[in-house]
Unconditional design. Structure first.
Length: 386
């Protein structure tokens, strides 16, 4: 285990009937809020009115900034920054999943600087302060509700970049599993895939050979995610299933899983971001295609950790290479069982596009310092996704 510093300042309020607390929590941080949300769902199911009333009951002035899309875009973020500056906004409220919360994070960071917010994503500028942020989570997936990361797509350059900073952690996040009852089956599954990917990025990329505590923790989370996702798909109103899935997705990327692992990378996300940027595929759907291909490529060279995964998560026995490959096959089969795609063709992406996808991924590989991922390597991984 490596030395580490674990600091997560986000206050999490978890459980049924907790959304009404958003007004009280936000009013302690500011009096004029920019309310960031998606398109139709929060209005359709009454969540918009509930949040708005909670805020205004505390005497807050609220300015709407809706319309965040899946794979959130830079132009919408820039509009939000302009609105925040012109209206002297002093706190941001996000109601949605990872796309909404990431947009809100970018707005909170961009609202206090003069330069363009994209400079943060390119690594040209560092975040030194932000507006405060409170969240109401509506989708178990990204973990953005309790971490300092954000991902935005620049639609002009077709680049989907992510960055992180300790000042981006939300001040308060409300996690009410009942809100996720209305999440459709496909996005329930995609969210579970995303959470598993977050865990496995850490699990497989650490170079430390002795991480027994973190390994067992991450393996347990993967098992629980698969089980709770299955319960939620079988019965969308299964409270315990939804609650377990929501909390697992948060734990997957709130700093606890990576503690003590030393240097880690996000190569699967790096490659998938190009699928989202170029084809606007759902993030989780792209990950369930990329993950098995990346895992097979790595297992062929270094099977030990992949064999451990197969043994502990799926109870497999046999030689290291055999168990490693069978474990990957079983994970891929689980993706298929929850109707998440596992091949590029299922995303309507042709094998002929692989060179262009790999070339697009190179810019993020450079920003994220994944030096071993060149054009040839990324192409080889993507060929395993055909």
């Amino acid at each position: 285990m490596q030395n580490f510093v674990l600091h997560n300042p986000t206050i999490v309020i978890f459980g049924a009937e907790t959304v009404e607390q958003i007004g009280k929590e936000t009013a302690q941080l500011g009096k004029k809020a920019l309310l960031v949300y998606g398109k139709k769902s929060i209005r359709k199911y009454g969540l918009y009115d509930l949040v708005k009333k909670s805020l205004t009951d505390q005497g807050m002035e609220v300015l709407d900034h809706g319309g965040v899309q899946s794979n959130p875009v830079l132009s919408h973020v820039r509009n939000g920054i302009t609105a925040a500056k012109e209206n002297n906004i002093d706190v941001i409220v996000a109601v949605g999943g990872g796309s909404v919360i990431d947009s809100a994070k970018a707005i909170r960071a961009g609202a206090v600087v003069e330069h363009d917010v994209w400079q943060f994503f390119k690594g040209k500028k560092s975040i030194k302060s932000t507006l405060p942020l409170t969240c109401v989570l509506t989708l178990a997936a990204a973990g953005s509700e309790m971490n300092g990361g954000m991902v935005i797509t620049n639609e002009e350059t077709q680049e989907k970049f992510g960055t992180g900073n300790k000042y981006l952690n939300p001040n308060v996040s409300i996690l009410d599993p009942t809100i996720t009852y209305s999440v459709p089956a496909d996005y329930t599954a995609y969210g579970a895939v995303d959470a598993i990917a977050h865990i496995l990025e850490f699990y497989f990329t650490t170079a430390d050979p002795s991480t027994p505590v973190q390994d067992r923790f991450m393996e347990g989370l993967v098992i629980n995610i698969m089980e709770s996702c299955g319960r939620a798909l079988k019965n969308p109103c299964d409270y315990q299933g939804r609650a377990d899935l929501m909390w697992c997705a948060t734990l997957a990327l709130n700093g606890w899983t990576a503690a003590g692992l030393g240097m880690v990378g996000f190569p699967m996300h790096m490659i998938e971001h190009s699928l989202s940027a170029l084809y606007n595929v759902p993030h989780g759907a792209g990950l369930s295609v990329v993950m098995p291909g990346w895992m097979r490529y790595q297992a062929n060279q270094h099977p030990d950790k992949f064999a451990q995964f197969g043994e502990r998560v799926f109870g497999l026995k046999g030689s290291k290479m055999e168990v490693a490959q069978q474990g990957i096959n079983m994970l891929e089969s689980w993706f298929s069982s929850v109707k998440s795609p596992t091949r590029l063709a299922e995303l309507s992406i042709s094998p002929h596009d692989i060179p262009a996808i790999a070339n697009n991924a190179l810019s993020l590989a450079k920003v994220w310092r994944l030096k071993e991922y060149n054009q040839e390597t990324i192409e080889e991984i993507l060929k395993g996704c055909i």
